[in-house]
Design a protein around this ligand. Structure first.
Ligand code: GTP
Ligand code: MG
Length: 200
């Protein structure tokens, strides 16, 4: 089988740390690319797929698995930041708001943040929390991009119509379809990521 050209060469990708508090964020001032979205939407899987490393960012079907801010150093040049998922109903209220606080603190304060990649499930309407986050990113003038993931679960026509709806509810936001399962959208997503890294 002939594989599509791999646009991005990953010479190194390493998990650096999990931070539960601001003082544990990495130092070194490299650009950071953050992955956001509700619990179980596929953030860790997309990171693994971009890096073509299977178990680097943990992926599971136990929602709420990623509870800390996780930093991955790529090619010693920039970081991927896996943020806790929001909107998982089964955790206690205090824990839920801790997560929100952690993510919001990171998003609003972090100077190194170069691009926020917001994941939504390609199969569904964006939830109220998805819309709130998108509005927040726009209002706060954050470089951002939306990824409709798990697109492998839809037919071509279904996907086109879902993308139309998502673009309508996420105004002023580029939306691309991806799948961690098939690699769809990977090269296009890398272009955005490298564009953001190089701008700094
Ligand atoms: P939290 O860490 O809990 O916030 O979840 P997450 O957003 O990191 O999701 P994770 O990557 O753990 O994926 C959740 C589930 O969705 C797992 O069972 C994955 O195998 C599955 N999944 C993720 N991406 C895709 C995809 O593109 N296609 C399909 N079919 N399944 C996917
Ligand atoms: Mg995760």
């Amino acid at each position: 089988m002939i594989r599509a050209t791999i646009f991005m060469k990953i010479s190194s990708a390493e998990f650096v740390k999990s931070a539960f508090e601001r003082k544990h964020w990495v130092t070194g001032r490299l650009p950071e690319i953050a992955f956001l979205g509700r619990s179980n939407v596929g953030k860790s899987s997309l990171i693994n797929s971009l890096l073509q490393r299977k178990g680097l960012a943990r992926a599971s079907n136990t929602p709420g698995r990623t509870q800390s801010i996780n930093f991955f150093l790529i090619n010693k040049r920039f970081y991927f930041v896996d943020l806790p998922g929001y909107g998982y109903a089964k955790v206690s209220k205090t824990k839920r708001s801790d997560w929100g606080k952690m993510a919001e603190e990171y998003l609003s304060a972090r100077e190194e943040l170069s691009l926020s990649i917001q994941l939504i499930d390609a199969r569904h309407e964006p939830t109220d929390l998805d819309k709130q986050l998108n509005d927040w990113l726009i209002f706060n003038k954050k470089q951002h991009l939306a990824v409709a993931t798990k697109s492998d679960k839809l037919s071509g026509n279904q996907l086109l119509s879902r993308l139309r709806d998502i673009r309508q509810s996420f105004e002023n936001t580029n939306v691309i379809a991806c799948s961690a399962e098939t690699g769809k959208g990977r090269d296009e997503l890398w272009k955005y990521i490298l564009g953001a890294v190089e701008k700094r």
